[in-house]
Design a protein. Structure first.
Length: 160
């Protein structure tokens, strides 16, 4: 699940992901995908997630099924993000209460149990209003060719 959160963040407009310190394999996978399919996108490991949230210099959004409805506050989140960096926290099963308390927004994408990956994807799409779907990728070795049928991946000679 950790790797999929990182891949989704990368594909849908985030500029970096911070994984727990024990997620080295997920870091390697996401860095490999970034190298092959382009960036920019940074991957970090940290054993200080709580400090990252507490000391974040901008807006903190915590995705949880117990939060406010994303559609009710997405404009407020977008406005806050316009002036400062945004940290999106994707929690697991047992998120400490401090995360809820320290977040500026606790947002629910539905208020039903679902995948953290799905919640992140819906949130990023709403945050960027679909613009992330046309993102340009620099330094890619490969590019997926959009087509109705088939699976075509082009190798790029000059890393464009």
């Amino acid at each position: 699940m950790t790797t999929h959160v990182g891949l989704t963040a990368r594909a849908l407009g985030a500029d970096r992901v911070v994984f727990p310190a024990n997620a080295g394999q997920s870091q390697e996978t996401v860095e490999d995908i970034t190298r092959r399919f382009g960036g920019p996108f940074d991957v970090e490991l940290s054993d200080e997630q709580h400090a990252l949230i507490r000391d974040w210099p901008g807006t903190v959004v915590h995705l949880t099924m117990y939060g406010e409805r994303v559609q009710d506050v997405e404009d407020d989140v977008r406005a806050a993000h316009a002036d400062e960096p945004l940290l999106v926290v994707v929690g697991g099963e047992k998120v400490p209460f401090e995360v809820y308390d320290e977040a500026d927004f606790n947002l629910g994408v539905t208020n039903q149990p679902h995948s953290e990956v799905a919640g992140l994807a819906v949130f990023l799409d709403r945050l960027f209003e679909g613009r992330e779907l046309d993102q340009a990728w620099a330094g890619a070795e490969r590019r997926v060719v959009p087509e109705e049928t088939g699976k075509t991946v082009e190798r790029l000679d000059d890393g464009e």
